[in-house]
Write a new protein. Structure first.
Length: 255
């Protein structure tokens, strides 16, 4: 069977499993409650209600999607190993690279689905209040998804050598946080010297720069930032490198 066909089947199965999982529904309900609760914050802002609703809604969508992505990525493969389901998968002619690619792609699609549902909830609130849609809105949502692609790939890799789901989530969450402070890290590198400078520079290569995807920063930089070619290459590298390292670890496991 074709490599990409196998990966596609696994991706669709992963998407279906995540969609049917009760945690998906719980996260959606939680998102709906929080997004609609942001209406109260917007009302308090008076003249800035529209801006506050947009910014707070996008921020909540990002955080909730992140929490879901980390939990899903941390457990998608380890859960099948623990339940021995993976032995059934590899009793058939399924290449490990196709399985890993399919699992990762399924997680990407799950994140996209969650963002789409939350966006509909957010947009319904904006329409209810009679506010116009910001020009940068859909770009901001897509950029949130790009960030989730990067962190999901990283979480899958970490899950293959981590001792538990909690440790995977913790390590990946730390990387997510550090990735939003790259400008501060550059400042520290410039001010450092000697071994400390070299250590910081080396560490910086293992931390994604999420500042490249902050199109929702009050809409001020929505039209600026890096070009699409640079972003595509950057995202591709953050997919392919964790994927290849994940594959190296995955090949060593006996199934």
């Amino acid at each position: 069977m074709n490599f990409f066909l196998i990966a596609g089947i696994i991706a669709s199965q992963t998407l279906g499993e995540n969609y049917k999982n009760r945690f998906f529904a719980i996260f959606i309900v939680f998102a709906a409650v929080l997004i609609y609760a942001s209406l109260l914050v917007g009302v308090m802002a008076v003249d800035e209600e529209a801006r506050v609703l947009v910014d707070s809604g996008l921020a909540l969508m990002e955080l909730i999607a992140l929490a879901y992505a980390l939990m899903a990525a941390a457990g998608t493969i380890t859960r099948e190993i623990e339940t021995k389901t993976i032995y059934l998968v590899f009793s058939r002619p399924v290449p490990k690279p196709a399985y890993l690619l399919g699992k990762t792609a399924g997680l990407y699609l799950s994140c996209a689905l969650m963002l789409a549902v939350m966006s509909l909830i957010h947009l319904s609130l904006m329409a209810l209040r009679g506010f116009a849609l910001p020009v940068f809105y859909f770009k901001a949502v897509v950029f949130i998804w790009f960030k989730l692609l990067i962190i999901t790939s990283t979480a899958v890799f970490i899950s293959l050598f981590s001792t538990s789901v909690i440790s995977t989530v913790t390590i990946t969450a730390i990387l997510w946080t550090l990735g939003h402070f790259t400008q501060e890290a550059k400042f520290l590198i410039e001010k450092s010297s000697g071994a400390a400078s070299w250590a910081l520079k080396a560490t910086a290569y293992f931390i994604p720069n999420f500042g490249l995807f902050n199109a929702r920063d009050l809409g001020a930089r929505a039209a600026g930032g890096p070009g699409p070619v640079f972003l595509f290459i950057y995202i591709f590298l953050w997919f392919i490198v964790p994927y290849l390292f994940s594959l190296l670890l995955f090949r060593k496991k006996e199934f």
